[in-house]
Ligand binder design. Structure first.
Ligand SMILES: *[C@@H]1O[C@H](CO)[C@@H](O)[C@H](O)[C@H]1NC(C)=O
Ligand SMILES: *[C@@H]1O[C@H](CO)[C@@H](O)[C@H](O)[C@H]1NC(C)=O
Length: 392
């Protein structure tokens, strides 16, 4: 009996150890995608991910639309900046992205035998608004949504037909955005649209308009799904602690973390009725523009990307505090958008690279940079938006 109890204790210990040291499986192969939102014609850029996490074989696939350019100093068109997360979304076999200058969305089907060459599923479809800057996608509900952030703002959703085409679902759902097309700066624009983990609702974040010395609260809209269709009656929360509600990442249906460019990040509580409140504010010292955020469940860590700071700040999701900062070369520029697969975390860097970080052991020590894949030959880093991965 004693022996039996002991072995049960050992078993419990083993389970605890297994929990303390997660070992995500690295896939045999993967593909990384981001949007090149270009005023002269946009593309999906795809890169192969090797077993070692490293990147190779870049490829451009036209989206059939274009980005929004504004006149630069010497007359050429320069990108206006999307001020968003999730400009591109993947839910196999679909890939969805936007054309900010054409006011359209592009749906692709990813071929099983060659994921590096997504195939456009019909022509790009109108977003029913202006300046689309973020998209959400659910293969389970055959549902796609886009948020417009310019002079005609709002959320347009689509069902994905049997033939794999986008068909508008209801009308444009209005958002409190008071901006021209294109918006001149980040303040007051839409930041992110995404499903919660159980896909029972769609969340949209909108930054405060910058008034009152950047202390006017932003908006968090939640559209519950009713029989798989997003409601026209959003639940709206405006936590007073949030002033530049930027990107959102979920820990569970009831907890999330949001980036806020005015101070860093905040942990959020979500009620069963989708009311959102701040549970803890995380002030990030020296932050300049904390915009991008990603929760990695295997390590229970939240990664924060700052457009003006090269280093990546990492939060412990259970303790709700800063765990450490991953130092990256200052010359690589800020960090824009995240994606992860297995043990590998990817970030686009402002000075033309994608960083590859090996997360092994990151529950105990600061993870290591294993590659800075230079993207300068693929286009201007300022045109790149969004990021997602597929494993196969
Ligand atoms: C505006 O906010 C900044 C940062 O919080 C503060 O340093 C500054 O004093 C404020 N300015 C005014 C006019 O309140
Ligand atoms: C990538 O290459 C460009 C052009 O050579 C260079 O200016 C840039 O600094 C490189 N980026 C990194 C992170 O090494």
């Amino acid at each position: 009996m004693k022996l039996f109890t002991l072995s049960l204790h050992l078993l419990a210990l083993e389970v605890q150890l297994a929990r303390a040291a997660p070992k995500p499986q690295n896939p045999s192969k993967g593909e990384l995608y981001f949007l090149q939102d270009n005023p002269t014609g946009s593309s999906v850029v795809s890169l192969s991910i090797g077993r070692d996490g490293k990147l190779s074989e870049p490829r451009h696939t036209s989206t059939g639309g274009k980005g929004f350019g504004i006149a630069g100093a010497n007359g050429q068109l320069v990108p206006a900046g999307l001020h968003s997360q999730d400009a591109l979304a993947i839910d196999y076999p679909w890939l969805l992205t936007l054309n900010s200058g054409s006011n359209t969305v592009s749906l692709f089907e990813i071929p099983e035998n060659d994921p590096s060459r997504p195939v456009l599923a019909g022509k790009p479809v109108s977003t029913a608004g202006e300046y689309p800057n973020t998209v959400a996608l659910s293969a389970k509900h055959r549902l796609a949504c886009v948020a417009n952030s310019g002079a005609v703002p709002g959320v347009q959703c689509y069902s994905i037909s049997k033939q794999g085409r986008l068909e508008p679902l209801g009308k444009l759902k209005p958002l409190k955005v008071d901006e021209p097309t294109p918006p001149p700066a980040a303040a007051g624009t839409v930041s992110d649209i995404l499903f919660n983990p159980s896909q029972t609702a769609i969340f949209v974040t909108v930054k405060g308009d910058g008034s009152n010395n950047n202390t006017t609260p932003g908006y968090i809209y939640v559209y519950p799904l009713i029989n798989g269709v997003p409601s026209d009656h959003p639940v709206i929360s405006r936590p007073t602690q949030l002033h530049a509600d930027f990107a959102l990442t979920f820990i569970s249906d009831r907890r999330a973390v949001i980036a806020d460019t005015t101070f860093g990040a905040a942990f959020l509580d979500i009620t069963p009725n989708y009311k959102v409140s701040v549970s803890r504010v995380i002030d990030v010292a020296g932050q300049m523009a904390t915009c991008w955020i990603k929760y990695v469940p295997a390590y229970d860590l939240v990664f924060l990307g700052d457009g003006g700071v090269a280093d990546i700040t990492v939060l412990d999701a259970t303790r709700e505090n800063i765990k450490y900062v991953i130092p990256l070369p200052a010359t690589s520029g800020g960090s824009f958008d995240f994606a992860f697969v297995g043990n590998y975390l990817y970030t686009r860097k402002g000075n033309s690279a994608v960083s590859v970080i090996d997360l092994s052991g990151s529950e105990k020590r600061i993870p290591k940079l294993i590659e800075l894949y230079n993207t300068s030959s693929l286009g201007a880093a300022a045109d790149f938006n969004g990021m997602a991965v597929l494993t196969y």
